[in-house]
Design a binder for this molecule. Structure first.
Ligand SMILES: *Cc1c(COP(=O)(O)O)cnc(C)c1O
Length: 397
């Protein structure tokens, strides 16, 4: 079946929750995907920061195939070796002592919200439940994470929202301090806002946030669903800011494209989850955690973090140079291969033109081109992307 036929069938059977582009990818390898008509695309979206190792990385594909032949699913009533091993890997490379596994970023944040509330209630009493989050944040699409998300467009017509969230401007420690009440139990933030338009806070912001948490007995939750797993050139983005959270969530790139989420915490906080308090049928099953182990080991072992930093700097430099040539570019920002180009006009047309020319790009908040390519991207692919982008900007001049 060709792309047009698939799109016609999608119109008939698929709910319209996404504004989908007219693209039907059916095969991927490294930084490239092919559509149902055989056309090749350079992928600078990577499934929205999921395919950090590129498409069908041999280590991930091998782990999935091997595990699929041994045991796909059992139950969290039993101990799961792959889950245990992935937890050990993540804890030994982070601040955390223990992991809980689920299936997505939103679920990881749900788990974080539940753990923060349970821990705070147990420790401080029944009126400690409120969580402060940032405006322009994104934490997921479940009811609790929609309530946590600081964007009206995500919440519209889904009210009544979950009680107990308060939103403040991002990168504004004074506003945070001001918002604290006797009910506050935690502060939940993305180290770099992704959907919010690749917003990088000042270097001192998180130091101040950590201090505010410590002074007030609040938990600091980092949502690293998008920026974790090497995206910024370090395994976790918090490593850039010289602070550690109490709870951290991961998902997107954690298992090379297999659906997974995890919530990590220190021992002291994790003990608030006792048997029967939280769970997930599929969470951390043998198949996805086998893919997770392969993904984390590959990210750590093949120089991918250094390469991400190097290529990220190169890409940032080249985009800065474009800013000098094209007045539509207002700002270039980011860390590693999490890069945003803010435009003076909506970016939808650029994304459409890029697609026609075989380049997958994304635009966040209507005006921010978001570059989150696979971390294995080379200078050759970056140059190919830049040539296409330059052509498009010339044409629109
Ligand atoms: C994508 C994302 C989520 C939601 O993850 P899902 O897997 O779609 O539920 C949560 N937080 C951040 C920062 C994200 O980028």
């Amino acid at each position: 079946m060709n792309s047009a036929a698939w799109i016609e069938k999608a119109d008939k059977y698929i709910m319209k929750t996404y504004g989908r582009y007219p693209l039907v990818p059916v095969k991927g390898e490294g930084c490239y995907v092919w559509d149902a008509d055989g056309k090749k695309y350079l992928d600078f979206l990577a499934g929205v920061a999921v395919n950090n190792l590129g498409h069908c990385h041999p280590a991930v594909t091998a782990a999935l195939s091997k595990q699929a032949h041994e045991l796909i699913h059992c139950s969290n009533y039993y101990h799961i070796p792959q889950q245990i091993e992935l937890a050990e890997l993540l804890c030994s490379h982070s601040f955390a002592d223990k992991a809980f596994f689920c299936n997505s970023g939103a679920e990881a944040n749900e788990a974080a919200i539940k753990l923060a509330r349970r821990y705070s209630r147990e420790k401080h009493g029944s009126d400690r439940y409120e969580i402060i989050t940032a405006l322009s944040s994104f934490h997921g699409r479940t009811m609790a994470t929609v309530s946590a998300t600081g964007q009206e467009k995500v919440q519209k017509f889904f009210d009544p929202l979950l009680h107990g969230f308060r939103h403040v401007p991002f990168n504004d420690a004074a506003a945070l301090r001001e918002a604290i009440s006797p009910c506050t139990c935690a502060i939940m933030l993305e180290p770099i806002q992704g959907e919010g338009g690749v917003v990088v806070p000042d270097a001192s912001y998180f130091q101040e946030v950590r201090k505010i948490c410590d002074e007030n007995g609040l938990l600091l939750i980092f949502d690293e669903v998008q920026v974790g797993m090497g995206r910024t050139g370090k395994l976790f983005a918090y490593e850039h800011f010289g602070v550690t959270p109490d709870i951290m969530t991961l998902a997107k790139a954690l298992a090379g494209g297999a659906p997974i989420g995890t919530m990590l915490a220190t021992d002291e906080i994790a003990q608030a989850f006792v048997p029967g308090t939280h769970g997930s049928t599929f969470g951390g099953n043998p198949l996805v955690t086998a893919a997770g182990i392969a993904t984390v080991n590959t990210i750590l072992s093949e120089g991918i973090l250094n390469r991400c930093e190097e290529i990220g700097e190169y890409l940032m430099g080249e985009l800065e140079a474009l800013k000098g040539r094209f007045p539509i570019i207002a700002d270039v920002r980011g860390i590693g291969l999490m890069i945003g180009v803010e435009l003076n006009a909506p970016g939808g047309d650029i994304v459409k033109k890029a697609l026609e020319r075989g380049l997958l790009l994304n635009c966040a908040q209507e005006k921010v081109l978001r570059f989150v390519p696979p971390l294995i991207v080379g200078k050759k692919e970056v140059d190919e992307m830049l040539a296409t982008l330059t052509d498009i900007l010339e044409e629109m001049k």
